[in-house]
Design a protein around this ligand. Structure first.
Ligand code: ZN
Length: 255
């Protein structure tokens, strides 16, 4: 079968060139199965549509033609394995706690590589203009030894035990704690938000920005107590359970 050629702006380096398919999260991090992209209008009409097998099939797993071959290959080779390892460790925690982790668990990981892969995923999730506005983040992922995040950027994590996934570019929402600007990626077993000069949309999530302060070859044992946040609705930053949503929107409850 002839391979598809897609030209466009690489979401990391900003060069207009042939693009390659970038899995978000990486294919080996449980993202190798065909998925179904849902039409937003269908979702607005029927929330249960998220569970159906209708929609446009995507045989490659979640992702898109977002990165040039160079950015895809270099970042994948530097950070991909460490990221996959981190997701397998989380899956083990969830398995051994039967999906109810409640204390701190040790994670032996390469923190800097993990957070760099997460930020690469945010580049792919956001539009190709994102890199123009965040040259510091471009440098952070294209220089494998670069460390530290700018003060206004925060990466927060939580467990997502739902089979549902959700990704959004920068969104703005209001809560009782103020306004939140963030981008979100949720895919079993994790969810992440990247915040921009604001607090995260939910105060239960765990700030892992300190992963950026380690060295490229630092292999560390970090004790993490990540919360499980429900991913049920399609709205970014919405961590209400199905039961909570059913109370507000009874028409959307399952028959
Ligand atoms: Zn590139």
């Amino acid at each position: 079968m002839a391979s598809r050629k897609v030209k466009g702006i690489c979401h990391i380096c900003g060069i207009n060139i042939e693009l390659t398919y970038e899995h978000v999260p990486p294919r080996k991090a449980f993202n190798s199965k065909p998925v179904f992209y849902q039409d937003l209008q269908d979702l607005l009409e029927d929330q249960n549509f998220l569970d159906s097998s209708q929609g446009k099939p995507n045989q490659k797993g979640v992702g898109g033609y977002t990165l040039c071959e160079r950015c895809n290959t270099t970042t994948g080779s530097w950070y991909g394995t460490a990221y996959v390892d981190w997701t397998y460790k989380a899956m083990n925690v969830l398995k051994y706690t039967r999906g109810k982790p409640s204390i701190y668990y040790p994670f032996y990981i390469f923190p800097l590589r993990v957070i760099k892969q997460i930020i690469c995923m945010f580049f792919s999730t956001n539009g190709s203009e994102f890199q123009k506005n965040h040259p510091d983040l471009v440098k952070f992922v294209l220089d494998r030894k670069a460390r530290h995040l700018a003060q206004d950027i925060q990466i927060c994590a939580f467990y997502n035990t739902s089979p549902r996934s959700r990704q959004s570019g920068i969104a703005g929402i209001f809560s009782s704690r103020g306004q939140h600007h963030f981008s979100e990626i949720a895919f079993l077993p994790f969810g992440y938000v990247m915040t921009f000069d604001s607090t995260p949309p939910d105060e239960r999530m765990c700030d892992i920005s300190c992963f950026a302060d380690y060295g490229f070859n630092d292999w560390k044992n970090l004790s993490l107590n990540l919360p499980i946040l429900p991913i049920y609705s399609y709205l970014p930053g919405d961590y209400r359970t199905k039961e909570e949503l059913d109370k507000i929107l009874p028409s959307m409850s399952d028959e």
